[in-house]
Design a protein around this ligand. Structure first.
Ligand SMILES: CC(C)(COP(=O)(O)OP(=O)(O)OC[C@H]1O[C@@H](n2cnc3c(N)ncnc32)[C@H](O)[C@@H]1OP(=O)(O)O)[C@@H](O)C(=O)NCCC(=O)NCCS
Length: 190
């Protein structure tokens, strides 16, 4: 029998920004006071190596990012969980829920961590919690992540969080003047 198509009602998640917690992290919306921490993370070329953005040059770039993220939440386009490291009260990364398609019960994840805090399991810890929230609380059926196949660390996070490689779209986009492929990872509910 065909599945009944009822678009997800996400209104309550956009009325009040959700906050989650893991053992070491508070997953919460950014505040303007996070700009220093975000600048520290995103001035490092390593952070943006596999994405379309250039490294942040001034604190104003970090502030502008916080404003854009807040606007995209207002427009119901993106939910960003900033990661506050509980032991240091410091913002060390983020995970976005974006490309949200309520009619298909599907969304995409994007994530980034300050290089100083890599290699400690923080991203895996956060993404596992966020996937659980998106599937169980928000009711999504499918969560995708698109990784540059050269970005082995990102692929390892996706795999550790239960996402499966489904396809690689070869030379699918032009990023920073070169052809880039997209490795598609996904997890389904249930
Ligand atoms: C992708 C990215 C988030 C991966 O970061 P990461 O630190 O490797 O991922 P985690 O925080 O989950 O840490 C996992 C590593 O910590 C290790 N680790 C150390 N202590 C740990 C602990 N207490 N618990 C769990 N893992 C621990 C794990 O063994 C693992 O290392 P391995 O992959 O060599 O086996 C990071 O490289 C990044 O932000 N890159 C720039 C942005 C980017 O490319 N984003 C992805 C776009 S699709």
């Amino acid at each position: 029998m065909a599945a009944e198509i009822i678009p997800l009602d996400l209104s309550r998640f956009f009325e009040h920004h959700p906050t989650l917690e893991t053992e070491r992290l508070l997953l919460r919306p950014h505040a303007m006071a996070d700009a220093d921490d975000l600048f520290e993370a995103f001035r490092d070329p390593e952070t943006v190596r596999y994405g379309p953005h250039e490294p942040a040059r001034t604190i104003r770039d970090a502030e502008a990012m916080i404003e854009i993220v807040a606007k995209n939440f207002e427009l119901q386009k993106t939910i960003r969980f900033g990661f506050e490291l509980k032991s240091e009260h410091k913002t060390i990364g983020w995970c976005d829920l974006h490309h949200i398609a309520p009619e298909h019960h599907r969304l995409e994840l994007g994530y980034s961590l300050s290089p100083r805090y890599c290699g400690k399991g923080y991203m895996t810890e956060a993404v596992r919690e966020i996937i659980c929230f998106a599937l169980e609380d928000m009711g999504f059926h499918r969560i995708e992540a698109s990784c540059d196949p050269r970005n082995v660390k990102s692929i390892r996070v996706a795999e550790r969080c239960g996402m499966m490689h489904e396809a690689t779209f070869r030379e699918n986009e032009i990023c920073k003047g070169e052809w880039v492929s997209n490795a598609i990872y996904a997890i389904l509910r249930g």
